[in-house]
Design a protein around this ligand. Structure first.
Ligand code: SAM
Length: 281
C-alpha cells in the first residue's frame, strides 16, 4: 500500500492513501510530485509538501481571490505571485471586468506539470488576459510602480524559493506596485502549531510596517497542517469588512462552492488565541 506522508511538525504527520504516482521530477527549484488518490483526487506536492488536492483546492483558491475582489469589485489589473497550478488565475478569470492578469511563477515546470495533470485547476492559464513570467517574484516586484489594483501572493512556505516572499523588502515593494486603493492578499500560514504560528506572526508584523490596513482572515483547509489556515489582507484604503460591496459583487453572479458574503465577514472574526498571537507581534 502506498501513502503520501507530510511531516506537519516533528511530532505530527498527515497521510493520504495513494493509488499511484503519476509524476515525479526534480526541477531547477524543487521536487515536483503528482499522485492519484481515491479520497482527494490528484495531489500536487513540492519538495514533499502538499500544495493542493483536487478535492479541497476550491477552498484556498476561492478565499484568496473573492475576499479582496468583493472589497474591490472594479479591480482591473491583477498580479499573482507563485500560484503556478493556476487555481487562483481560474478564480480571477470569472470576473469579466478584470483586464490583465500577470502570473509570476519562479518554476515554469509547475505550470507545465499542472497543465498536464491538473486540468481543472490549470484550465484558465490559457485565458488571453493572462501573461506568465517565469521569474522570482521578489526580483520582479522591485521594478514595478503604481501598476496593479490587486496582488495575490500564492506562494509556498517561508523557506526554499518562497522565503523572499515573506520579507519586509517584498511587502514594501508590493505597496509601491499597487494603485492608491490597492490590496495585497497573501497566504499567511497556520496559527495552530508553534513553528507555523511563528512564521505567521513574523509575516504579520512585517506587513503591518508596510500597509496602513492589515487584517488576517481564516479558512478551513482539510489537507493543510491542522486544517486551520490564514490569509493576510493588506490594503492602502479599503477595510476588508466595512468597505465590502455585497451588492456590486452579487450582481456579477460569480459561482462559488465555498465563498459567500456572510462567510466573508465571519472569516475575519478570529479565535481568541489567534488574536493574542497577532497582538504579541
Ligand atoms: N495554491 C497552492 C497552495 O495552496 O499553497 C499552491 C501554491 S504553489 C503552486 C506556490 C508556487 O509558488 C509554487 O509553484 C512555487 O514554485 C512558487 N514560488 C515559490 N517561491 C516563489 C518566488 N520567489 N517567486 C515566484 N514564485 C514562487
Amino acid at each position: 500500500m502506498l501513502w503520501f506522508t507530510e511531516q506537519h511538525t516533528p511530532n505530527v504527520r498527515f497521510s493520504i492513501k495513494i493509488d499511484k504516482q503519476l509524476f515525479s521530477e526534480q526541477s531547477e527549484f524543487q521536487r515536483i510530485d503528482v499522485f492519484e488518490s481515491e479520497e482527494f483526487g490528484r495531489v500536487l506536492a513540492l519538495d514533499g509538501y502538499l500544495m493542493l488536492t483536487e478535492k479541497d483546492e476550491f477552498i484556498y483558491h476561492e478565499m484568496i481571490t473573492h475576499v479582496p475582489m468583493c472589497v474591490h469589485p472594479s479591480a482591473k489589473r491583477v498580479l499573482v505571485i507563485g500560484g503556478g497550478d493556476g487555481g487562483t488565475v481560474r478564480e480571477l478569470t470569472k470576473y469579466q471586468n478584470i483586464e490583465k492578469i500577470d502570473l509570476v511563477e519562479i518554476d515554469q515546470r509547475v505550470v507545465e506539470v499542472s497543465k498536464m495533470f491538473l486540468p481543472k485547476t490549470a484550465a484558465a492559464l490559457e485565458d488571453p488576459r493572462v501573461t506568465c513570467y517565469y521569474e522570482d517574484g521578489l526580483k520582479f516586484i522591485r521594478h514595478v510602480e503604481d501598476e496593479y489594483d490587486l496582488i495575490l501572493v500564492d506562494s509556498t512556505d517561508p523557506f526554499g524559493p518562497g522565503e523572499g516572499l515573506f520579507t519586509k523588502e517584498f511587502y514594501g515593494n508590493c505597496f509601491k506596485a499597487l494603485h492608491e486603493d490597492g490590496i495585497m492578499v497573501n497566504q499567511h500560514e497556520s496559527p495552530f502549531y508553534k513553528e507555523d504560528a511563528y512564521a505567521m506572526q513574523r509575516a504579520h508584523k512585517r506587513i503591518c510596517h508596510s500597509f496602513p490596513i492589515s487584517r488576517v482572515y481564516q479558512v478551513h483547509i482539510p489537507t493543510y497542517p491542522s486544517g486551520h489556515w490564514l490569509f493576510g489582507f493588506a490594503s492602502k484604503k479599503y477595510h476588508p469588512v466595512k468597505d465590502v460591496n455585497w451588492q456590486a459583487w452579487k450582481e456579477l453572479r460569480i459561482r462559488c462552492h465555498y465563498y459567500n458574503c456572510p462567510l466573508h465577514a465571519g472569516s475575519f472574526a478570529l479565535p481568541n488565541y489567534v488574536e493574542e498571537l497577532l497582538r504579541d507581534v
